[in-house]
Design a protein around this ligand. Structure first.
Ligand SMILES: [Zn+2]
Length: 455
């Protein structure tokens, strides 16, 4: 997460920067060479400003950036053996148990899984990952998970895999038991972010006084061991199923106390380490101009990261988070840029997991998979009743949906462009209820749950 105040401060610092650049930008992103008024000194100074002031850099770079339509599919490819299904989340900030995860081969987490590297949260994220791998209900902490839950989830998963059906009618044909809120995850790859401060012992040794003045310092020797059931990447590669992943927790510095921050003039040293044959790149921070727009309207992305991604690395997927309010996917025709921040600016987990199919044929592009729910109004009510046994908050939605059955008939409730307020107010008339704010939260949770069952 990156705050408005910090971005403004950094923009000012960037404009005033005069230090010599240690990472020359390529001429393609500098002002035109044929402008003879630019001498070498001015070029160097421009270079510093470009690197240190992302907002200014974006104004220069944006005309050369291409934004292609994001390749999207509604249906599972006919031969699942030809692709790897990747689910992307990031910036869960301790609220991981509120995020619904669909069935996938690999789950990626782009960092900031804690608020300030709290060990109890790190441990719980590891437990949560273990539950996802085992197909258990992740709303229940592992100490209370039972063998029965595991068995039910495994049966549900098998049933889902074996059921002949079209995408979009998943729940209609065979609703999985409510105990399997999430689909089964094959494996998990995770990086840290600037909030996961205990993962960088060198800086935590002094920074703990700011974040953990009473109970710190925590034993950073134990931190990484607590993050179980995942492949944790910190400036390193990992190959799975023929796909080369590289993960790096760094982001350009702001403020003075966060983890894995480096000066914009030096951060290229981290990106220089990324192998050029990387297929899927995970960095906590975004590149400039791609999922980096701060709510105040300024840019926060890294200029050198974009340059290296587009001119040297060419990954098929670049996953990041950090700027919560810039959640979403763009494409430059080669790379899918995925800001997968699960938390919004106000730290609500309202941004759904982003699902991508990566074809094993590397000539084919990665495609975003959209869920599609084609349930009838009556079937929606049936699913709600089934889930309501385990999600008490959903029970309050049942009479509203029953009454509004004709109004939700034929609606795709998980469509991306459907506003939750439209369903709540126009279809269900929730605004007439006393507890309408609570009802709306329950509706959002229900739609998230419906979503993960609709891939
Ligand atoms: Zn964050």
């Amino acid at each position: 997460m990156w705050s408005n105040m910090d971005s403004l401060e950094m923009a000012e610092q960037g404009l005033l920067s005069t230090s010599a650049s240690t990472s020359p930008l390529q001429s393609s992103v500098l002002p035109s060479d044929d402008d003879s008024s630019l001498n070498d000194n001015l070029l160097l100074e421009q270079n510093d400003i470009l690197l240190t002031n992302p907002d200014y850099a974006h104004k220069i770079l944006k005309s050369s950036q291409r934004f292609h339509p994001v390749p999207t599919v509604l249906q599972r490819p006919t031969n699942p053996a030809n692709y790897t299904r990747i689910a992307c989340i990031s910036d869960t900030h301790g609220k991981h148990r509120q995020v619904s995860i669909p069935q996938c081969d690999i789950l990626l987490h782009g960092g900031d899984f804690t608020q300030t590297g709290e060990h109890r949260l790190v441990e719980d994220v590891g437990d949560y990952f273990g539950q996802l791998l085992r197909g258990e209900d992740t709303q229940i902490r592992s100490s209370s998970s039972s063998a029965t839950t595991t068995t039910m989830a495994a049966v549900a998963t098998t049933a889902m895999q074996n059921t002949e059906r079209e995408i979009g009618t998943v729940v209609a044909s065979s609703p999985p038991p409510p105990s399997s809120r999430n689909g089964t995850v094959g494996e998990i790859i995770c990086i840290a972010g600037n909030h996961d401060i205990t993962f960088q012992p060198e800086t935590y040794a002094t920074n703990y006084k700011t974040f953990h003045p009473r109970d710190g310092p925590l034993d950073t020797n134990a931190t990484k061991r607590l993050l179980t059931h995942c492949t944790y990447l910190q400036d390193e590669s990992y190959v799975s199923n023929g796909i080369k992943f590289y993960g790096s927790p760094w982001s350009p510095e702001f403020g003075t106390h966060w983890a894995f921050n480096r000066s914009r003039l030096e951060i290229h040293q981290q990106w220089d380490l990324i192998p050029p044959d990387t297929d899927v790149l995970l960095t906590h921070g975004p590149p400039i101009g791609r999922g980096d727009l701060v709510h105040s309207g300024v840019r926060a992305g890294c200029v050198n990261l974009l340059q290296q991604v587009q001119t040297r690395i060419h990954p098929r997927i670049h996953l990041f988070g950090h700027i919560h309010e810039s959640y979403g996917v763009t494409s430059d025709g080669t790379t899918l840029f995925v800001n997968a921040s699960s938390c919004t600016l106000t730290y609500n987990t309202d941004n759904p997991c982003i699902v991508i199919d990566l074809p094993h044929d590397k000539r084919l592009p990665a495609v975003v998979v959209k869920p599609q729910c084609t349930l009838s109004g009556e079937e929606v009510v049936a699913v709600l009743k089934s889930m309501g046994k385990h999600q008490v908050a959903y029970c309050d939605l049942i009479p509203l949906f029953e009454e509004a059955t004709p109004l939700v008939e034929g609606m795709d409730l998980v469509r991306d462009d459907l506003e939750i307020d439209d369903i709540a107010c126009l279809r269900l008339e929730m605004h007439r209820q006393k507890n309408w704010f609570k009802l709306k939260r329950a509706l959002r949770g229900f739609i998230m749950d419906l979503r993960v069952r609709s891939y």
